[in-house]
Write a protein that binds this ligand. Structure first.
Ligand code: ATP
Length: 233
């Protein structure tokens, strides 16, 4: 286990809604090696997004052990979690959350503004990220001039612009047709193989497990099975 990049042991997440407790995770354990492209599948409400949110430091576990790299997330407070997210992580969601009024390259630069990266360095990094997703020729177009698939590729460029070690994706192709889904998956495989980014992706789409190095099934808040390098049927 020591060589694992992500190690979660017996993770619980209990939400309290108006005094009523409800457990989204009930002792989930998972281990992901550096350089993996891991899929997480499972029925609606089984805890996939909650697990991703804990790994991403967006939520804190109620109890359990969670380490990413040398960060012990279960012990960290909000400022440390923010630093962890800024340094290590990129997030991609089903919705693209892009800003329509500004250009593509400006959208991709935005996370670097928050990180205090100087203007000329920002532009260079944003162009590099957009070239990596195949949009180097559309830097100055507006978001509403792009297809859904292209918009998701801009969102991916924005997620990788600061060169994160870990990319967390929650239903990244949920809004895309088959052709664009394949393009986004090919792009994830390229980022995983060529740039060495570890990827953890939550999906409902069983077809997509063929792109992953391993697939973990989650049910009722627990990881019940992990299958390596084969499609789960
Ligand atoms: N912020 C929250 N407050 C209260 N309950 C929550 C919260 N987030 C999630 N839950 C509950 O926790 C359980 C697991 O939710 P989660 O979103 O992790 O499941 P999921 O497997 O990602 O589902 P889906 O595939 O439908 O997105 C659900 O019952 C959900 O209602």
């Amino acid at each position: 286990m020591a060589s694992m990049f992500i190690e979660a042991r017996d993770l619980w997440k209990i939400y309290n809604i108006d005094g009523v407790e409800s457990a989204a995770l009930r002792g989930a354990s998972i281990a992901v090696e550096r350089g993996e492209f891991r899929c997480i599948i499972g029925p609606s409400g089984s805890g996939k997004t909650t697990l991703l949110s804990l790994i991403g430091g967006l939520e804190k576990p109620t109890k359990g052990y969670l380490r990413v790299g040398n960060h012990l997330l279960h012990e960290m407070r909000d400022p440390e979690l923010t630093r962890y997210r800024n340094e290590m992580l990129g997030f991609v969601f089903q919705m693209f959350y892009l800003i329509p009024r500004i250009s593509i390259v400006e959208n991709v630069e935005l996370p670097l503004v928050a990180r205090g990266v100087p203007r000329h360095v920002r532009r260079e990094m944003a162009i590099k990220a957009l070239e990596a997703v195949g949009l180097g020729n559309k830097l100055h177009q507006r978001i509403n001039q792009l297809s859904g698939g292209e918009q998701q590729r801009v969102a991916i460029a924005r997620a990788i612009v600061h060169e994160p070690q870990l990319l967390l994706a929650d239903e990244p192709t949920g809004n895309l047709d088959t052709e664009n889904t394949e393009k986004v998956m090919d792009l994830f495989m390229k980022l995983n193989k060529d740039e060495g980014i570890t990827i953890v992706m939550v999906t409902h789409n069983m077809e997509l497990t063929k792109y992953c190095t391993a697939t973990s099934k989650i049910r009722d808040g627990k990881v019940v099975e992990t299958i390596r390098e084969t499609s789960v049927t």
